[in-house]
Design a protein around this ligand. Structure first.
Ligand SMILES: Nc1ncnc2c1ncn2[C@@H]1O[C@H](COP(=O)(O)OP(=O)(O)OP(=O)(O)O)[C@@H](O)[C@H]1O
Length: 290
């Protein structure tokens, strides 16, 4: 369980990689405006992972999509998202496109939609790396093989020759994570990155997130409804409910001192699952400590 957080002193001299202020998203539909995200604010420092926790529909994805400028014109977005002196909310589509994929890498929920069905995986990786790095052809191939190996994909050379539909959702998700990490972005955003991945591989992939964060001082935003996954990777958490941030703090705070009733419910649900899991493994009742 990771609980270490940048201390106030450590943060004092540092500038956040991203600072989101009063982010709001509403959906315009036939003269009606529905607020989906309300007054969301957070910042992420170099080498730090911010976890965004909340159940399905709580506004986690909507918040990062708004900040990345990937919502369509049916959504009205306001507030600020400062990244390298630029306010992402106010930047042009072109500027945002060039920032995404190089300085900000994103792993979104549905990996199938991130790959072009008509091109082999290796060609798509090569194109991404040719656009965003200065690697030459041989280096791109060598690194692509290494990335798949790191992501625990067997027979990487064969996989590079395959089309997306020939691979499982979990494999595509791992490839997406590998590509995002290889770009060594200043900010890595991962939305439910390990949902389609089996438990053992998930453990190893989470270790990769931790390694990248520590070795390259990458700032990360890790979105999930899984308290277990987030407890390992995130240094600080915000909890969302109905489009709002209802709690914030490090994992221990969320676990033991969360004041919000919704957050307590999430924690209790996790404790219940852990208790059942332990009972099934050990065949007797144990008190859950985490
Ligand atoms: N394309 C869309 N059109 C209209 N409403 C949407 C759309 N996408 C999401 N919403 C609504 O916005 C709210 C926030 O959704 P969001 O996708 O951010 O939730 P989430 O916390 O990321 O959950 P999940 O992990 O299930 O996506 C929800 O009420 C959802 O129904």
């Amino acid at each position: 369980m990771r609980t270490e957080t940048l201390s106030v002193e450590e943060r004092a001299g540092q500038k956040p990689v991203v600072r989101v202020e009063d982010l709001r998203v509403s959906l315009k539909k036939r003269h009606k405006q529905t607020e989906l995200v309300k007054e969301v604010s957070f910042e992420v420092y170099p080498g730090e992972c911010l976890g965004i926790l909340g159940e399905s529909g709580s506004g986690k994805s909507m918040s990062v999509k708004a900040m990345l400028g990937i919502l369509d014109k049916n959504f009205a977005v306001s507030g600020n998202a400062w990244f390298e002196e630029k306010n992402l909310i106010k930047e042009s589509k072109e500027t945002l496109r060039s920032i995404r994929g190089s300085k900000i890498a994103v792993v979104l929920q549905n990996p199938m939609t991130c790959f072009d069905p008509l091109y082999r995986i290796g060609n798509q990786m090569a194109e991404t790396f040719a656009t965003h790095t200065d690697w030459k052809k041989e280096e791109i191939f060598r690194r692509s093989v290494e990335i798949l190996e790191r992501m625990k994909i067997r027979n990487p050379e064969e996989v590079l020759a395959k089309y997306p539909h020939q691979l499982s959702g979990g494999m595509l998700q791992r490839i997406m994570i590998g590509i995002a990490m290889a770009l060594k972005p200043a900010l890595l955003i991962a939305d439910e990155p390990t949902t389609a991945i089996d438990a053992i591989t998930q453990h190893e992939i989470l270790e990769e997130f931790i390694r990248i964060k520590q070795e390259h001082q990458t700032a990360m935003i890790f979105i999930t409804h899984d308290l277990g996954a987030i407890s390992r990777v995130a240094d600080r958490l915000i909890v969302m409910n109905s489009g709002e941030v209802v709690d914030r703090g490090d994992f221990q705070h969320i676990l033991h001192h969360a004041s919000d009733s919704y957050t307590r419910l999430l924690v209790e649900k996790r404790a219940e699952v852990m208790k059942k899991y332990r009972e099934s493994i050990h065949g007797h009742q144990e008190v859950c400590h985490d």
